[in-house]
Write a protein that binds this ligand. Structure first.
Ligand SMILES: Nc1nc2c(ncn2[C@@H]2O[C@H](COP(=O)(O)OP(=O)(O)OP(=O)(O)O)[C@@H](O)[C@H]2O)c(=O)[nH]1
Ligand SMILES: [Zn+2]
Ligand SMILES: [Zn+2]
Ligand SMILES: [Zn+2]
Length: 268
């Protein structure tokens, strides 16, 4: 685990008792507020360009890149897509995306097990945001700290692949609570995984008091319809023009329309 996200923070620091401990907590809080400021800046870039930015999170190997490849095949002709790829070491995932004809910027994080807003800012400036409709961020495979770092995205999507077991939302509540959508992936494997229950994932999300929809799909055999419709709805929402809304005292003010349910929880 990396040193910058607090995931290596020993328990006793959570109730900092010594001067040294207090200093450590202060440094981490400083990093967090620095990240949040950078994330706000990113969101301004994204909103000005009018694109939808989706952050994909999961355990390593749950199928993020494969899903992106399938999504590009389905939507690439209709919308202008790009991907920011986060990985510890290699450029492999970015190569796979570029092979599909879509721009991809690789961020290699070294030892950091999550992306932060500053890394995403640098990558975003390497893309022509004005020429895009949807920007995907493939976060580093990890169900812990990516959830704690706002990147400026509009929506968080967490993938849960069937071989991982259906109880992941209970084990990683922070990650799943931060999700606007949960995608159960690799459903083509369900016939040989008789103990994975998609309904149980929905129940666990309910127990976390999350209203995020749970969709099941296979990037290998499809269908991807519900996922693609969710993306289309999110994009349409980003494109809705600013319009006047009545204020309580009857004046007309220029305000942003509310986001639909599936994007509301990450609204600025
Ligand atoms: N059977 C099946 N295998 C899949 C599916 N999606 C992905 N895989 C396989 O799962 C493995 C990991 O897929 P990736 O898309 O690379 O996973 P990832 O989440 O991007 O992995 P990291 O970037 O390393 O975290 C590959 O061998 C894929 O072919 C699926 O829908 N069904
Ligand atoms: Zn990947
Ligand atoms: Zn981390
Ligand atoms: Zn900038």
């Amino acid at each position: 685990m990396c040193q910058t996200c607090g995931c290596a923070l020993p328990d006793h620091l959570q109730h900092a008792s010594t001067e040294h401990d207090v200093h450590t907590v202060e440094v981490l809080e400083g990093l967090k507020s620095h990240n949040d400021a950078a994330a706000r800046h990113n969101r301004e870039h994204f909103d000005r360009a009018g694109l939808l930015v989706v952050n994909l999170m999961s355990s390593p190997g749950a199928g993020k890149t494969r899903l992106l490849e399938a999504t590009i095949e389905a939507l690439g002709g209709r919308h202008r897509l790009a991907v920011i790829e986060g990985d510890l070491e290699t450029e492999n995932d970015a190569r796979r995306i570029r092979a599909k004809g879509v721009p991809a910027v690789q961020i290699t994080t070294g030892s950091a097990c999550h992306l932060d807003a500053t890394m995403v800012h640098r990558a975003a400036h390497a893309l022509s945001l004005d020429e895009l409709d949807i920007l995907f961020i493939e976060n580093v495979g990890n169900l812990v700290c990516p959830a704690s770092f706002d990147l400026g995205q509009h929506a968080n999507v967490t993938l849960l692949s069937t071989p991982e077991g259906d109880d992941k939302p209970l084990k990683y509540p922070v990650m799943f609570r931060s999700s606007d959508l949960v995608l159960v992936t690799k459903t083509d494997l369900l016939p040989v995984l008789d103990d994975f229950d998609v309904e149980a994932v929905k129940e666990h999300m309910h127990r976390l008091a999350s209203a995020a929809p749970v969709m099941a799909l296979s990037s290998k055999s499809g269908p991807l319809d519900a996922w693609l419709e969710w993306l289309e709805a999110g994009l349409a929402e980003r494109r809705r023009p600013f319009r006047p809304a009545p204020s309580p005292d009857g004046e007309r003010l220029l305000t942003r329309p509310g986001l639909p349910g599936h994007l509301a929880s990450t609204a600025p």
